[in-house]
Structures are given as C-alpha cells and as structure tokens.
Design a protein around this ligand. Sequence first.
Ligand code: BZD
Length: 841
Amino acid sequence: VEASIPEPQREAWLKHQAGGFKDKDGFEKEVVRHVETTLARSMFNCDESAAYSATSLAFRDRLILEWNRTQQRQTYADSKRVYYLSLEFLMGRALDNAMLNIGSKDIAKAGLTELGFRIEDVIQQEHDAALGNGGLGRLAACFLDSLASLNYPAWGYGLRYRYGIFKQEIIDGYQMEVPDYWLDFNPWEFPRHDVTVDIQFYGHVHKSTDASGRAVSHWECGETVKAVAYDVPIPGYATPTTNNLRLWSSKAASGEFDFQKFNSGEYESAVAEQQRAETISAVLYPNDNLDRGKELRLKQQYFWVAASLYDIVRRFKKAKRPWREFPDQVAIQLNDTHPTLAIVELQRILVDLEGLDWDDAWNIVVQTFGYTNHTVLPEALEKWPVGLVQHLLPRHLQIIYDINLFFLQTVERAFPKDRDLLPRVSIIEESQPKMVRMAFLAIVGSHKVNGVAELHSDLIKTTIFKDFVSIFGPDKFTNVTNGITPRRWLHQANPRLSALIAAKTGGLGFLKDLTLLNKVELYVNDKAFRKEWADIKYANKVRLADYIKSTKGITVNPAALFDVQVKRIHEYKRQQLNIFGVIHRYLTLKAQTPEERKKALPRVSIFGGKAAPGYWMAKQIIHLINQVGNVVNQDEDIGDLLKVVFLEDYNVSKAEIIVPASDISEHISTAGTEASGTSNMKFVLSGGLIIGTCDGANIEITREIGEHNIFLFGTLAEDVEDLRHAHTYGTHTIDPDLAKVFEAIEQGTFGEPENFASLVTAVRDHGDYYLVSDDFHSYVETHALVDEAYRDQEEWVSKCITSVARMGFFSSDRCINEYAEGIWNIEPLRGEGPGGLEAGE
Ligand code: BZD
C-alpha cells in the first residue's frame, strides 16, 4: 500500500500505460527493439536463437501486463483463491503456447516472416522447462492452463530447480544422464528479489507461558535460508486472465558470501554457506513412483512449503479478516504427499505465531487442505524417519505427534473394541526406525482426499486407505478423473487436426468446451472429411519419420503401423512386455518363408522414456530395446516389416511430435498399478487407438469411446493378487511363446545374454510380480487383432474419428471444474476490475 502512487499523479501513469503490440507492425517493432536494446544485437548479428529471445520478450511483455491486471482484479474482488502446491511442473515450451493462448500466432508468423525467419524454427529454439518427472508434473501443468483458461483465481507454487530432469543420451544402447541446465536464458520468469522469505531449519524448541498462562512453543536458532520468488505468468486461452506460478529459489540468508573469511584467506569456507543454501533448489529428484528418503529432499519440501504458506498467509492477513474466514479465502491442494508438511506448518503458524487454540486452528487447517493421491505402489508411499524430522524440524515433529495423539484418541473412542486398528492407522509407524507416514498425515489433515481415475479411487478406498474410510466415512474420499489440456495436446501439437475439427464444429469453441467434439461424429461417413483426416495422420507420421531419420539414422516407412510406447520406464508400466512381444514378432517373421512374409503388416515399434538413474531393471529394459533394434533393423529378411526405434530424451516437446503420429499406443500396466495415465488421453485425442489393460483411465476411456474402439487385454485388477499368490506358492509355468523369446535372448541373439539375465529371471524365477507371463498370450493375440483391424483402413479411420468425437470428458477443464465445485468451493472470476478488462465470456 505504501508503494502506491498518490491519486493526483496517477493520470500521468494512465496516459503512458504500456500496451504491448497489437498488430504485425507493432510486433515487428517490439522484436527489433528487443534485438537491438535488450539483446544488444543488430540485423547483422541476429540468428534464430536471438529471434526466439526477442519474440519471447515481446510476448512476455504482453503477458505481464495481463498478469498485472489479473492480479489487481483478483485482489479487488477479494474472493477465494486456490493454491496448487506441486514439487513438479512439467511445463515444456512456453512461446508457442503463449502465442496460441493470447491469439496472436498469426501476427507473429507474418511478422517473423517479414523479418526473415520461419516461425517453426524460432519456436524450436526454446529449451523445455522440464521441472518434473512424468505424469504428476505434467498434470500440474495442464491444471495451470485450465485454471487460467476458466478464469479461476489460482496460483501454483513450486521450486525453481536449477537443474530439471536430466537429459537422456543413449550410448552403445545404454542410458547416460546429462545435467539439464535450463536457466541460461529464460524470458518466462520474473525474479522478485523483493519477495523473499527466511526459512528456518534445525535448532530446538523451548516452552514458555504467556501472560494468560497459556503454554507457548518457540522454535529457535538453527540455520536460516532465504527463499526468493520467481514468477512465471500463465496465460489462459482466449481470456485476459493470466495467473501466476511462483517458484522459490534458495539463497544464503545473508545474501552474500562471508567477506571477512574471504579476506583472511579462507576462500572455501567463505562461500560454503552460500553453496549449502543454494543446494536446496539445485536439482529435481529424478525418481518417479519411488521414495528414497533423502534428507535434502525433505529440506526441499519444507523450504518450498514454508515459503509458500508464508506468502499465502501474508496475502490473507492484508484484508484483516478473522482467522476463521481463512478457509473461505484459501483452498490449498496437495499434489501427492510431497507438500504434506504444509498441514503441519499452517497449524504451527496458527498456534505458535498467531496464538489460536489448537482446536480452532485444526478446524481451519482441515477445511483448507485437499489431498490428491497418485499411486498405490507401496514403494512410492512417502515415509520419513522420525529422527530425521526431529533433527530438521523439531517443532513440526511435536505437532505431528499431537495431531496423531488427538486423532488416535477419536479413533479409540469410536472403535473401542478394535485393538489392531490404532497401530494400523497411526501417523507414526512403530517400526525400527519409527517413521512418519505422510499419506496418513495428509488424510487426517485434509477435508477431501481424491484418487485420479475411478478404478484408482476405488482401490485406495478398499486397500491402502480402507481403515480411514471406516473412520471418516466414505464422503471424505472422492474421485476426480484426470484430464489434459486440449490447447496444447490438440491445437498446438496437432494444428491440422484442430483446424479440420474447427471447420466442422463451427470454430474453435471445442477448445473451451471439449464436449463439442461430439459434432465430429456426424462426419464419420463424409468422404472428403475422412480423406482429410487420413491425410493429416499420414503427414504427422511423415514428420515423425523424418525426425527418426535425422536423430537415429533409421529409415521407417510412414505407411507402416506406428506402434508407440512413450512414458517413464518402469517395471509396472511393462515396457518389458512390449519388447518381449516385439521379439516374438521378429521370431515369427524369421520362421516364415519369403512368400508368407509378404502377407505381414509392416510395423514400427517406437519407444521412448527415461529410467531413474538408480533403477537397474529399467536401465536393462532400455538396453534390451536398443539391442533388439540393432539386430532387427539390420536384418535383410525383415526389411520394412519390423523396425524398432528408441527415441532419446523423451520430453514434452518431443511428445508434441510423437503423439500425433501414433496409430496405436501402448498403456499396458499390470492392472491396478497405473493410477490413471494421461498420455492415453493424449493419444486418443490425436486420432490414435490404444492397446491397453483394464487399468487407470483406460477403463473410462473405453466407456466413453466404446469397447469396439480400443484393444483391451490381460488380467483384471481383482485377479492380480490371487495370481501373485499362485506364483509364489503354487507351480509357475511360463507361457510357451514367451519361453521361446527367453530362449532367443539366452542364445545371444541380442548380444551378451548376461546383460538381460535379470529381465528374464524376474519373470521366470522370481515370482513374475508384474504378471508378464500371465498376460503374454492375450497381449500377442490382441496385437494380431490390431494388425487385422489396421488392414481395413476404412474401418480403422472410422474408429479413430468416433473415438476423438467422444473424448470430450477428458479435458482438464472438466477436471478442474470438478475440483472447484467438489473440493475447493471456488468460483471463476468474471467481470470488470480496476484494470478495466473483461475476463471470461
Ligand atoms: O501421476 C503419476 C501416475 O503414475 C499416473 O498414473 C497418473 O496419471 C499421474 C497423474 O495423476 N504419478 C507420477 O507421475 N508420480 C511421480 O512422478 C512421482 C514423483 C516423485 C515421487 C513420487 C512420484
């Protein structure tokens, strides 16, 4: 407030208010200005990278103006905001998205052409913002797009990692990890050196009594690190709403290195504090669905959570409302358990710093938080050793114990006869060492808990969180099936398909209301439409074939069936099943006569995905895929009938090329293990079909598009446990076709058999936990059905068109509206604010 310009001088400000470019000329002027001043270059020294920088800066200027107005409007309206806390935001590239969402891509295209550049080349200069591992991080990015596009007052909070997910290189068939330093030049962030928070670690707690005789805890001493805010504007599609993603970066609290030490020659220790502090936000942990329990990870979590809550509370306090209104102003969503400490931190702020009674504070906390679970895999459920929490956050551990005590007391009162229940649901696991169970803490501290697809939400209620359903009742648990943003995954990634749909559905309205896609079904028999549809898919396949040629040197036939599996490499996702299937296909072709082979359908098996650096089995899978490719791709008997490609360094911008080029994609997790999956939605929305198990969102996709339009196979979730039991305690015979695959591997067909021994023994000798052998036969048979279906191109195109038409449900807009209504209780902010702009329709 103190920094605001007095009324009489505001006229001058309004007169000179920046507007950003409005037309092609204005855009060119801005680009030239940025090249010549911001970048200190000229037309004699302007490459594509400089053109990218200047174009981005021109768009950034426009975004920041809308960003400012949006923030003013939201402050003025003083309505409830939602805060999405996620340790990962897998944003990908920003420029193309900004151009499309603002609606000025045509202007930029024409302007850049006049200045001597092709817009596609300029867009490709951008480095992906890859602050995430996979589905969970990309979901957060889609949510931000929907929140802004639907005009919800919303902020994302995350960490500004100096290194995002590593870059993957394949050397001699093995994955190598290379650091991803992405901040060299990032026009999309605004450092806010004035927005900082001091974050405390370690130290000790001492108690005193205040004037009224109430016990007060003080957390003292320890180490302090500074959190500095970096803001990333998030433009909504076709709306002025531009929300904020605030990422925290860690710095030494003193801000500088120790000059005295430096002067006295202690050079290394002079910078040690600085380096120690900066380590906190240095790097994203590259594990997905695995909890490794490292101290630095816990430090990251608290650092980010404490800075975010300080910021949220500061904003709330400005309006001077009573604390009980906090949940009317603030909703906080926890993306998995990673931000669970926020529950404890808010309780600490309210009780220790603001002097509220425990119960009043706890009511506020529970009403404020919602928790989304993304996995049932036991190895992914977060737990922290009590000793570590005690050491790093001594006051928080006390609060956790108190939360647990009061919780267990209510459980005891409600279920006095069930003696085993208390240790089962205790937030503290009585193991050696004792552990804090973060998911249990998140459930107890939230008013709603949701899974991310129907099957998954049912599973958490009947398995890992069963007891909590008895304790809290079923209404606390709900489902919000995941979604994807059609702006990036249809309009941006597949522009020709988007244009064709627009031509038939009366414009681009489907990008705001994806259920309008259903009009496409009216054209399923329209000859011209079908031809254009097929041409677009073919062109997308040619583009991918060119990319494969230029990056891998492998020639693939765009008329072949493109079979794609791109996602993190994980045993539960079963890339091993896929590559064993490919080997089976290869062996079958090899056994045929040239005459017989003529009848085979040409196929390209495309893989992509990163393995966590410490995940040995996942790395073996990558190696096997590459070795199979080496052998098959050079086999002259086989030629175009089978090619196997492993695309390096799969990321968001590569997905934008790969997804639209797929004929069939693989979503083949062991039933019950993949919470939802979201790439399944992207592939279908881009006009590809799916081969998949009855798992995650595959089930709802089937319900929407119809079972004739998807290739389902394999064991059902309800039967998995019995099969596992049978493997361990009964006799376990391997599928005979799979046994032949293993034989080929062990004969050295794909190089040293020892290299792949653990992949084989996991299935044959170690219980086949992921049911590869059980599902192998139906998998191979189903692929035969895929081949057969693909031969009938007319029928295939009909399936694709029908499927796209029925995908409206899977927009992240639908998903965000469900969260807004069922969990956050927030409304979109429409109408005029002091910025004078109309938001919304
Ligand atoms: O979340 C994924 C699930 O595996 C998918 O089924 C689901 O579709 C998406 C979105 O809901 N989970 C992750 O991606 N999880 C992680 O990346 C992760 C990262 C760190 C620690 C634990 C899990």
